[in-house]
Write a protein that binds this ligand. Sequence first.
Ligand code: ADP
Ligand code: MG
Length: 728
Amino acid sequence: MSTLRFQALKETLNRKAVKVDEPARRSEIFSSNVFNETVMRQFLTKEAYENVTEAMRTGKKIDRNVADHISTGMKEWAISKGVTHYTHWFQPLTGATAEKHDSFFEPLGEGLAIEKFGGGQLVQQEPDASSFPNGGIRNTFEARGYTAWDPTSPAFIWGTTLCIPTVFVAYTGEALDNKTPLLRALQAVDSAATNVAKYFDKNVKKVNATLGWEQEYFLIDSALVASRPDITLTGRTLLGHSPAKGQQLDDHYFGSIPSRAIAFMMDLEIECMKLGIPVKTRHNEVAPNQFELAPIFEEANLAVDHNSLIMDVMKKVGERHNLAVLMHEKPFAGINGSGKHNNWSLATDTGTNLLSPGSTPMKNLQFLTFFVNTIKAVYDHEELLRAAIASASNDHRLGANEAPPAILSVFIGSQLTKVLDELEKVTNGKLSPQEKTELKLNVVGKIPEILLDNTDRNRTSPFAFTGNKFEFRAVGSLANCAGAMTVLNSIVAKQLKDFKVEVDKLIKDKKMKKDDAIFNVLREYIKKSKKIRFEGDGYGEAWEKEAEKRGLSNNRTTPQALKAQVSKQTKSLYKELEVMNETEIEARHEIELEEYAMRIQIEGRILGDIARNHVIPTAIRYQNILIKNVTGLKSIYGDEFARHAKEQLEIIESISAHIASINSNVNAMIEARKVANKIEDAEKKAFAYCDDVKPFFEEIRYHCDKLELLVDDELWPLTKYREMLFTK
Ligand code: ADP
Ligand code: MG
């Protein structure tokens, strides 16, 4: 009797929604656990306060003396809220977040002790981080990396710990985390975009990239998950037959949210409020037990931190509700996967969204400038953008036949397409006054109206313009947004830099007026980047063929996609912008390849174990029951027995055939793994896992799933899809 599955089901069916106390007003608890400007005013000296806020605004270094004042203020605030420990919170290249807690407590001797937190401890720490991946940058024996405070993301309290957002770098200066290159990319886009924005408004001093992410996830009862070794260890099901009812009826999407899920969301939102994460929307997603959470957008660095933080908080809040939060991109085969749409734009310190048209022709030209430059950037670096979202788990979305596909393309809608078509016809050289008036009135001038009537919606494009922002939809639900944001902001920064040079050249050499020059350069960009624009359904064979004709890349697997990370073009891009040096680029590439191979390796091992230790023994047990039945029939009916045992005999044979296939495939997979494991070169190894090991998964799964259908339900040890997806 497969006790674990049935015990888990029994437990799950008996659960009630956990009661959550909702505060009268959420606004009252908003940010209550964040060391924000209001709290700083209260707990810091005037000098310290000014120092921090300036560092936040301009990135200026914090004075060491002042650091002592700041740390003392922070400590006093934290202690007043029941905090005992502090930690440098950072995002190593493993994708998760890391922290090591230290106590404020410090003995003075003679039975005396104080709470201490010095400026040095705030600003810099040396975690014993020798086991974080570093792609060969840091010899593990040296373990010489340090974390340094990032004042642009405020400190916060989680539980009884004060968390200080930090970067993680090697003593030799190379970045060992996700945040450092992101901060450099944000700096690059700030400077490039500010220079371009000044064409339209001299007062602009800073441009922030903005990010609003939408996190999709599945909620499955933790007992059910515990009964599935595959989910427990890999985050997804490696086998399981799809249920008779899947998402065909679409009755979950935007339907009423089940009560346990609602309680989880309320609890989570309250935690988010305290942490200053402005969560706003929640709803069901397409698949059963799939949900989405989205905050209001924020400055990109903070939004990235908030997403990393929330992924952690979700797991912990989930525990209180006996719910496992599955963030994997494809936890269930045949059921919609999960993504993390990255809504992105650029905003000036004067309060303008640069991807939003305005009330004057000049504002509209500004919109067009940033709009067209972004499209051109995506066109020029589509492979790098694809690489940024590549992972073993996201391959199940991007490489498979579902939206979004592995091919990068940009959707802008038919109305804006018309605008760009018109602009393609702009005169080469100086524009006549009539032409300008015509453009201002009938082309550029129409943009605000067009966008108001934004009925042009598309759900399948990997990169879509949605009215006042671009939505990068191909990002995986498990990913740290920093990867995608580093690439997107870098490529746009580079593009805007080049644009500025070209426009200035026309103004200087051809004596053109500023707007004439801008129109001229945009015209050329529109022509050059046309191939990346695609208005159709963003996946399927027809589009793959068409994309190939256009010369767009279609990198279906991670090892293939990652190549772009180390291309000549990428290296020169990052070098020019000072986002990453060659060592950092190579190290990251190696880490991602290693991670890929490791994930496939783990999946292969677990699938092999489950197939051998759970599936085959169960099938044999059932086969024995059938054999006993047939023998019994034979003892009753003698030679006539075959008439009564025909079906049983067929099932017995069928079971044998499936067992044989599973066994031979598992053996072959193990051999393929042995070969792959001997390979030293990270890229070759990743390819070996991708091309030689992974293909066995499907084969093995196929036969296991067939057995699931044949074997007596009472005996089957693994919780079934229908039980995981339809138990609420
Ligand atoms: P939907 O795309 O579901 O219709 P919205 O248009 O309201 O929903 O926005 C979706 C996400 O885009 C939200 O997280 C929102 O905060 C974010 N967003 C809106 N404006 C911007 C912007 N200027 N920059 C970045 N993100 C934005
Ligand atoms: Mg969206």
